[in-house]
Design a binder for this molecule. Structure first.
Ligand SMILES: [Zn+2]
Length: 194
């Protein structure tokens, strides 16, 4: 399945992107995923994988088509100021369009008020194992749609834990991890890598 094309509607309210001090933790998370190719670039040059954090009643998310870059700079992240999941609409500021899967991240923050970090990674072995174990969304909607965001929201709403990892059934190799803590999201992801 193709990846990375923007399907949502965006309203850009300015160029403001996060300061370095506000993305230190996000950079640690992203680097962890990047060195393991859980974030990267497909042969066709399409980037995959993205990270976000809850920040001051807003959200910081990595930009669209940044998967191939070794290290991101502040301006590769956008700030999400407001959103409407059902309308698939984001209000953001920054120099980059937010990741094409931002709506799915936001659906998880909405369902899990304690969640501070969300990561979307790609890995066939992890995805297949999660599907086999039943840690997966119901339904087979495509990436970047309202439907897949709602499927993810439904799945995490049923979890009692403050952290989790699951497969997006309709998005081959696509996995979502979330946690209220940087350390625990990294441990959780590493636990699933053979
Ligand atoms: Zn994806």
């Amino acid at each position: 399945m193709s990846e990375g094309y923007i399907k949502y509607n965006t309203i850009c309210i300015g160029n403001e992107y996060p300061e370095a001090i506000n993305i230190v933790d996000l950079q640690v998370l992203r680097n962890e995923l990047k060195i393991k190719n859980l974030i990267g670039m497909l042969p066709g040059g399409i980037g995959y994988g993205n990270v976000s954090k809850r920040w001051n009643n807003k959200f910081i998310v990595s930009g669209s088509q940044t998967g191939g870059e070794a290290i991101l700079s502040c301006s590769d992240y956008s700030i999400i100021h407001d959103y409407d999941i059902l309308q698939n609409t984001l209000v953001y500021s920054g120099l980059r369009l937010p990741s094409s899967e931002t709506i799915t991240h936001l659906a998880i923050y909405a369902a899990k008020p304690k969640t501070k970090f969300v990561a979307h990674l790609h890995n066939k072995a992890i995805w297949e194992k999660l599907i086999k174990d039943g840690a997966k969304t119901n339904g087979f909607s495509e990436y970047g749609t309202v439907e897949i965001a709602l499927e993810a929201k439904d799945y995490v709403s049923g979890l009692s834990d403050d952290e989790g990892i699951f497969a997006l059934s309709g998005h081959e190799d696509g996995v979502i991890a979330f946690s209220d803590e940087l350390k625990s999201i990294i441990i959780l992801i590493n636990k699933h890598i053979k």
